[in-house]
Design a protein around this ligand. Sequence first.
Ligand SMILES: [Zn+2]
Length: 458
Amino acid sequence: MTTSGQFERYAEWWGNPDLQWALAKLGVPERPYWHGEHGIVPTAKRIVALLRGAHRLASQTDGQRKSAVATGSPPASAPPAETRLATPAPNARHSTSIFAVEMLPADNGDCLWIEYGDPSRPRRILIDCGAVSAARTVASRIESLGAPSERVFELFVLTHIDADHINGVLPLFGNPNLNVRFEDIWFNGWHQVGRFLGIKQGEDFSKLLEDPARSLPWNRAVTSKGEKHPAPIALSSDKPPPMFELPGGLRLTLLSPSADQLKRLGREWRQVLLELEPGKAMLGRRRPPPPVTDFAKFDLEALARKSVTKDTSVANGSSIALLAEFDEHAILLTGDAHADMLVKSIEQLQRERGRPGQKLKLEALKLSHHGSANATTIPLLELLDCPRYLVSSNGNIFSHPDREAIARVILHGGHQPTLYFNYRSPLNELWDERVLRDRYGYKAEYPSEGKAGLLVRL
Ligand SMILES: [Zn+2]
């Protein structure tokens, strides 16, 4: 994984007097945990060292790779796997094949383990690794897969750089005993952002645009042989949403981010760093809403109608969102993408597929941004024909999911939708109230008592 340059830059920025000055101006004092033994800056430096180790591993020759794993995969020099099919071709799926997504416990973040194909030898992808504890869960799952030749993922996607998606990445990729291999890693780092910048900004970023480890399987699906840096995973304004087919027949269609959103990430990198600063995140901690005392008066319609404040988070806007399709089943994996971006891309995709104005048929939607109110809008839900809605969050820090988002799903998410939560929390357990389920005709699934994480079979 070639995130070493990225982390190296983080380490520099977090220790940068400019950033500390900006934070002080915002009333955020320098935190002792920035520079201590386990502080952010030293940890980031350790990340760099570990990822450089990973680079050596991933820089093996194709021959070495093939001998290490039984599953087929395109060699590093293969042309990009991107296809631009107007309509997905039917896939020969054995009647017993599986397609399942597991929301692993990732605190207030995302970590999605997805399997598809032959259940005795499923292929897998992993989306985000949102907590250190999630990395431990993933590691033990990987170990249980057996010999190193079985420890293969077709893809790892780091949707964006927020802590609740990236925190487990270091422990996962830094564990030398895991012997795991990812055939490709999708991640928009600063090199991918930088290619959109003008000359002036390019000068500012010139130091950041040097990547000593660019031969890794990074954004391989969009990068042609010989390109200096991995290409960005982003939509083009003049092209339909690109589709990528993974070995075994899983099709991924990109729905976010746009090139403009990546440009913005580049332009506003200082602001984004401030967004990502843990102290500021804690300052932004949101108070949970008061408990519901009278369910007879609990008005879902009013909640659903509440006006939507546009998500202005640049980091969320840069999030990769994917439509994953296997056989006739589809799931929308949104990361923390903005609702209006998803609406635009889905409308465009349906036009491309010759179904303008028709709803996109899904088996499941992973609610964007952990079910925040501004990420789940009525216009988005009304574009979908979907029975299952997945929420990944324990409710910490930002008190997700918001009641407005869940109210919209219940009222605008089709006939008798089912909610799936990967934790039972004081914030989400009200949706298990029988009086609400009976009145509105929806279902709610939670982990069993004392457990966290939820497997959803499609
Ligand atoms: Zn998030």
